[in-house]
Ligand binder design. Structure first.
Ligand SMILES: Cc1cc2nc3c(=O)[nH]c(=O)nc-3n(C[C@H](O)[C@H](O)[C@H](O)COP(=O)(O)OP(=O)(O)OC[C@H]3O[C@@H](n4cnc5c(N)ncnc54)[C@H](O)[C@@H]3O)c2cc1C
Length: 537
């Protein structure tokens, strides 16, 4: 995400104040609003920046398989090992709670996500995700059709946009836009439909061989592709930039044209107003705690094989096994001696801890750039007043704002009367200059004021109803699908979604993390993790 913010501001024709973000003060005083930083522990991750202790371990343990990293990929690997009857493994996770970017939490008694908040209904390429959903009782076959559990299917209305002082349905700006804008919406819809005819856009994409046209799309930015197509309408560009920031953590000037097209072509397409389906996000599963619902269920059966608060600092394959060193939160150095290991770590972490470093890990780490993200949970004592236009939705976005809007954790509640809730606000900082440093160095109160000022434009009653605001900082949240990230995979792709990602110069290791796919969604992480676990069982 390194499209300079200034450039995008010019592109969108927005006033500078809309892009300032941190530093804007809300109108009403916020001294009554408590909160702080929660979720990730940057200091623990940054232990890897120090020289790794060379002293003898405080404890040595033996296990058949070590899984390093307890995000969705690591948890999926553990599930696959269990399903195959392979119980002798240990999963080592840095944070106190497993789940990585898909963790949930409680805020003053209400559940909320700390990161990922939904899972689109999986298509047939995401076969292992479908199996998981069946196992969890979320999907079953009734009279020959797949039926999903209504309680967890996102209720209507799903999305709305605050545009021109009103809420409109859907996220594509439509209210009052001119004929020229509508014409460009139709041209972009036709381009997406053409892309769908020319090549397969699947989720997961990791195992799918790329067609030559997709490799050509991968070679340029989405912005360059839009320029070539003379798609320059300000509303279309805002929408596409928003979609890319929302899914990839970076805007159209950073991601590849493949990624920009894949966003639409792999799922619901793009529909101009009045043409085909409304431009809603399609069917999605969601929970108050977001995908923390899924990660908690993946972690539950692990029992004492799950070791949290462990910083894996060294993974060293040897002739007869693999040595994995981890620092526990109490400072003890643990040594795990295993036959094999599954590296379910972000690629930049894998590149720091693997000794020796496989060529592919070095190469992948050099190509990927990771986007920092901020997630803020805002606990309200009462629901917000409504403004003119579309009714409150699950996903609520403000046109032209620096953040990505918010989801309402109580949206799935069946209570007829709205009550206290938690709003989960998202902001991807990958396009912001010094975004990671800014994320980590900006004091909590400055984030609080900036977030409230941003949302206050649509919700003047927010400051008076806000009780607490907790900020989660994901410093290296997700890989951005920059140009070249797809093409690099060609020589490494396993033959099928059942085959693990392995490299000849690291025969005792299998790799799994959404970074390998080049963009971060549940289906990619889960499928890679499942393949690694199933193959090593
Ligand atoms: C803010 C945000 C919102 C998102 N929203 C969605 C969404 O709605 N839907 C969706 O499908 N996807 C979403 N994603 C993408 C999400 O990243 C993936 O769905 C998925 O959770 C990635 O899983 P993973 O296992 O590949 O990676 P990670 O979540 O990065 O897991 C890696 C794990 O390794 C651990 N780790 C790191 N270093 C070490 C170490 N040295 N030792 C031990 N452990 C270590 C980490 O703590 C983490 O638990 C979102 C991501 C973010 C950041």
């Amino acid at each position: 995400m390194n499209a300079p913010a200034l450039r995008r501001r010019a592109l969108l024709g927005l006033p500078a104040a809309a892009w300032l973000g941190a530093g804007c003060a809300p109108r009403a005083p916020l001294a009554h609003v408590t909160g702080g930083f929660s979720g990730d522990s940057p200091a623990r991750g940054h232990l890897l920046r120090q020289p790794w202790p060379e002293r003898a371990p405080d404890a040595t343990r033996r296990v058949h398989t070590v899984i390093a990293g307890g995000g969705i990929a690591g948890l999926a690997a553990a599930r696959a090992l269990r399903l195959a009857g392979h119980e002798d493994f240990a999963l080592l996770e840095l944070e106190d709670v497993p789940g990585g970017n898909s963790r949930g939490a409680q805020l003053m008694g209400l559940a909320c996500p700390l990161g990922a908040h939904y899972l689109p209904l999986p298509g047939d390429e995401a076969r292992h995700v479908q199996d998981l959903l069946e196992e969890l009782g979320l999907r079953q076959r009734v009279a020959g059709r797949w039926i999903y559990d209504e309680r967890h299917l996102c209720h209507s209305p799903q999305e709305r946009l605050f545009f021109g002082g009103h809420w409109q349905e859907g996220l594509l700006p439509t209210a009052g836009v001119g004929a020229a804008t509508l014409a460009q919406y139709r041209r972009f819809a036709a381009a997406v439909a053409q892309a769908q005819r020319q090549a397969r856009y699947t989720i997961p994409a990791f195992h799918q061989q790329s067609a030559p046209i997709q490799l050509a799309q991968d070679a340029i930015t989405f912005e360059a592709w839009l320029n070539r197509q003379q798609l320059d309408d300000v509303h279309l560009r805002w929408y596409l930039d928003y979609c890319c920031r929302d899914d990839y953590g970076a805007g159209i000037a950073s991601v590849s044209a493949w990624a920009g097209l894949h966003y639409f072509a792999s799922r619901h397409g793009f529909h101009a107003p009045g043409e085909g389906a409304a431009d809603e996000g399609g069917g999605v599963l969601t929970w108050p705690e977001g995908n923390g619902w899924l990660s908690a269920r993946l972690a539950a059966p692990l029992g004492d094989r799950l070791h949290t608060a462990r910083v894996v600092g060294r993974i060293a394959p040897e002739r007869h096994g693999v040595v994995v060193d981890a620092l526990a939160a109490d400072g003890r150095l643990e040594r795990w001696q295993a036959r094999q290991a599954i590296v379910a770590l972000p690629v930049h972490v894998a590149a720091r801890v693997l000794r020796p470093l496989p060529d592919a890990v070095r190469a992948r780490a050099a190509v990927l750039s990771s986007a920092p993200w901020l997630v803020a949970n805002l606990r309200l004592r009462a629901p917000l007043d409504d403004r003119p236009g579309a009714a409150p939705a699950w996903d609520n976005v403000l046109y032209g704002s620096v953040g990505l809007g918010y989801v309402d954790a109580m949206h799935q509640s069946l209570s007829p009367v709205p009550g206290p809730t938690v709003l989960t606000y998202y902001r991807a900082l990958g396009d912001e200059p010094q975004g990671r440093a800014r994320l980590l160095q900006t004091p909590w109160a400055v984030w609080r004021d900036a977030i409230v000022a941003e949302l206050e434009a649509a919700h003047p009653d927010l400051p008076a109803k806000l009780l607490r605001l907790d900020v989660t900082r994901h410093g290296h949240a997700m890989a951005v699908p920059v140009p070249g990230a797809l093409g690099q995979l060609q020589p490494w792709r396993p033959a099928s979604a059942d085959a693990p990602l392995r490299f000849a110069d690291a025969p005792r290791l299998a790799f799994a993390h959404a970074d390998w796919a080049g963009y971060s969604v549940f289906e990619e992480a889960f499928t890679l993790g499942h393949a690694a676990g199933a193959a090593l069982a």
